[in-house]
Design a protein around this ligand. Sequence first.
Ligand SMILES: Nc1ncnc2c1ncn2[C@@H]1O[C@H](COP(=O)(O)OP(=O)(O)O)[C@@H](O)[C@H]1O
Ligand SMILES: [Mg+2]
Length: 277
Amino acid sequence: MNDTTSPVLVAENITVRYRKGRRHFTALDNVSVRIPYGTTVGLVGESGSGKSTLAKAILGLAPIAAGRVELLGQDITHLTGKPRRKLGQTIQAVFQDPNTSLNPSFTIRRSLIEPLKAQNMLGEIDVDARVAEVLTAVGMEPEAASRRPRQFSGGQRQRISIARALITNPQVVVCDESVSALDLSVQAQVLNLLMDLQRERGLSYLFISHDMSVVKHICHEVTVLYRGTVKESGPTQLVTTQPADPYTKALLLAAPIADPVLQRQRQRPTTPVSTTI
Ligand SMILES: Nc1ncnc2c1ncn2[C@@H]1O[C@H](COP(=O)(O)OP(=O)(O)O)[C@@H](O)[C@H]1O
Ligand SMILES: [Mg+2]
C-alpha cells in the first residue's frame, strides 16, 4: 500500500501505566503522534519522559491502558500472538545499543536473518542475495556477513542494525536513540544514511532522541514530551525556531552544537540560534 495521503502510523491518546508495587505510575498520559507517509516524526524529551514507552506501546511491548495504535489503517492496539509477529513485515525498530539486535557471538548473517525467520520468509526469498542487498544499502561490504560484531566499529554496528531492520522490507522504522551512543561525526553519517534510505525506499520513521540538534537534522515534524505528556508538536522548523513552550526552549538550549562560533553565540541568551549538526 503506497497511499501517500493517509498516515502510515497513528498513535492516538495513548496512556500507559506501569505497576510500581501496589501503586500505578502513569508513564504516558494521552499522547498522540501521527506519521505521514515517507516522513520522519521526532519524539524528543529528557531521559524518563516516556519516549521508549511510546515506542514499546506501538510495538506491542507496553501495556496500553487507553488510546489506539493504527498501522497502515489497521487497528493494532491490542494485537498479540501471530498477528502481532506478522507486523514485523511492516514495522521494525533500531535501538541505541547494537547488542540488542546483534548477538556478539553470532555472525552478522545469522543476526541479519533473524527477522526473516520470525516472518517465515526464509523459504520464500534468496536469503544471501537479500543479506548482500541490505548490507550494501547501509554502505557495508557483503563480506561483512561472515564476520562478528566485535570486528566492527560502533558506527558500523549501528549500520548493520539498520540493515537488520530493513531485511523484511518494512515501511515504518522506529529509531529509539539510534545514534545516541555514537560520536558526533559518526552520528551525522548515520543520520544521513537514514535520510538516504528514506528517499530510496519511501520509509517512514518515528525518530526518538533526547537531543534536539539530532532531531533538527532529520525530523520533518517533532513532538516534545515531558513527564509523559505532550508539551508541543508541529513542523520541526517552527517548533525549533519559535518554541511555544518553555520546556522546548530549555531542550533547545541543552542541545550540543558542533560549530564553536554558534556555541559562543548561544551563550548570549538574546541571540536567536539556528543550527544543524
Ligand atoms: N517496565 C517498567 N516498569 C515500571 N516503570 C517503567 C517501566 N519502563 C519505564 N518505566 C518508567 O517510565 C518512565 C518513562 O520511561 P521511558 O519511556 O524509558 O523514558 P525515556 O525513554 O524517555 O527515557 C520512567 O520513569 C521509567 O522509570
Ligand atoms: Mg528511552
